[in-house]
Every structure is written in C-alpha cells, then in structure tokens.
Design a protein around this ligand. Structure first.
Ligand code: MF3
Ligand code: CO
Ligand code: CO
Length: 267
C-alpha cells in the first residue's frame, strides 16, 4: 500500500461531492427496486436483468458489466460464495443466503453497495452470521474518523467479528472510489498495519464491505469462471457494503436506502 496518491479525490469541491452523492443515491434506489424481488424461486439471472434494465432506463451505466471481462451487471453470492458470484439460472431456495452487490456509474461517479438477504426460512446459524456481518459494517463505519487511519476500521471489525466467533476475509477489501471503481486507499477489514499510513482525510471517498465467514477466512477462486470466490472450507459467508464520504463531521453514508435495513436492524 502506498501513501495517498493523487488518484484519491481529496477535498472534493461541492460539485464533486454532489456528483458522488447523486451516484450513491441512484445506486441505493436500484437496491430498493431489487429488494422485493430477492425471494424464493427467483433466479439471480433475472435479478441481474432487472438491475440492467433499471440502470439503462435511468440513463446510467452498470459498472460491473465488462469490468475486466466480468459478464454481468451485478454480483450475486449465494451461501459459501464470498463475493463476485456470477448470476445464473438456479432459482433461489428457502434457506439460502444471497449477497447482491450492485455498482453503477452516474455522470462519471461510482456508487457501490451490497446487502445479504435471507431467502425463505434460514437456519438460526445463518441468520446470526448475517446479523453480525451487518452490524460489523456499522462498527467499521463508526471507527472511521476524519483524519483517522484506515487501520482503525479493520481493527474494529476484526475484534467485533472475532468475539462473535467468525473470521474476516483478508484477500478482498474495501477500496477508495470516485471517478474510478477501485482506487487507493485499500480498506482491509482486519488490522493490516501498512494501512496506518493511509489517512481518512475529509474528502476521501471509500467503501467498507466486510465479508465474515463461519469457518476459515481463506478463500478459493473458481478455476473455470475465474470470478466466483468461495470459502476454502465451504462454510457460509456474508457481506454488507456501503460507499462513504469522509467529511469534517465524520463519514457520510452515500448509499443509504430508504426502504432497506437501517443501522440497528434485526434480521
Ligand atoms: N462490487 C464489487 C466491490 O464491492 C466489485 C465487483 S467487480 C466485478 O468492489 F467485476 F466482479 F463485478
Ligand atoms: Co466495493
Ligand atoms: Co460492491
């Protein structure tokens, strides 16, 4: 991890902040639109199609489609899939947990967020994992202070996950975001010491997106599609993500949904 580079949109002008905020708002409205469709019997490919059409109808751009060759508009990660699951024709079934990760580009600015959904009747163990992961996102958000270090986010999330008995994925992280999808600083969800050098100065825009596993934190990449990331031991994994803008008063959540789970929500 290098020091802050000029790719980081430090001290965004009021117009730039408005651009980012608008992207976050639109991305959140897409999540609100998709949420009621995430249900037993629905395939993730159909969800993907809904996301594509909604984005295009509003004159915006799906960020994932063709990103480094990624074939779809959204990522749908079911059960032991950690992230970057590719939508497919399998209907969601009762007991599944599925993360829906959506990223859109609005007038050149990126908004990125994800939620994990409980499909039908899920086990108490799966529900508790999802609850803890949701709460861990907010633990991370509260650990982010103006002028603080990136490490504080990961330290807080790691401690919170560990006391609940879960591991935190290390090979995938949050990231700076703005006019680029992924940029510095990387936002590890564990206390990686090199991120002590990265400061969350007001004007920094970044994501927090913890992935918590029931078993090992280690992952493996699908050999065939080269995208799907699974837990190495096949145990369940959950994730939540928001895009944030650091301000003098603390982090502003740009991707807050009107109808989705708010801080403190019980699953
Ligand atoms: N949305 C993911 C993130 O939170 C990235 C997905 S990249 C894709 O950073 F190509 F897999 F879509
Ligand atoms: Co992200
Ligand atoms: Co994302």
């Amino acid at each position: 991890m290098s020091l802050l580079t000029k790719k980081i949109p430090l001290y965004l002008s009021p117009e730039e902040r408005e651009g980012l905020q608008a992207a976050g708002r639109f991305n959140a409205s897409l999540m609100d639109y998709l949420r009621p469709h995430v249900a037993e019997g629905m395939s993730t490919e159909k969800l993907d199609r809904l996301a594509y059409v909604y984005t295009m109808d509003h004159g915006h751009t799906p960020a994932c489609l063709n990103y480094k060759g990624y074939p779809k508009t959204i990522c749908t990660s079911v059960n032991e899939v950690v992230c970057h699951g590719i939508p497919n024709t399998r209907p969601l079934k009762s007991g599944d947990i599925v993360n829906v990760d959506i990223t859109t580009i609005v007038n050149g600015w990126y908004g990125d967020q994800s939620e994990t959904f409980l499909v039908g009747e899920v086990s108490d163990a799966a529900r508790r994992l999802v609850q803890t992961t949701f709460d861990a996102l907010f633990v991370g958000i509260h650990a982010a202070r103006p002028g603080g270090t990136v490490t504080e986010i990961g330290r807080a999330i790691q401690a919170f996950a560990a006391q609940a008995g879960y591991s935190v994925v290390r090979e995938y992280q949050g990231h700076g975001i703005g006019r680029d999808f992924h940029q510095e600083p990387g936002i590890p969800h564990y206390p990686q010491l090199t991120s002590n050098r990265d400061l969350l100065r007001p004007g920094t825009c970044f994501t927090i997106e913890p992935m918590l596993n029931m078993g090992t934190w280690e992952t493996k990449l699908d050999k065939k599609d080269k995208w799907t990331v699974r837990t190495k031991d096949g145990a369940l994994s959950a994730q939540f993500e928001h895009t944030l803008l650091m301000t003098d008063a603390g982090p502003e959540i740009l991707t807050l949904t009107q109808h989705g789970p708010q801080e403190g929500h019980r699953f």
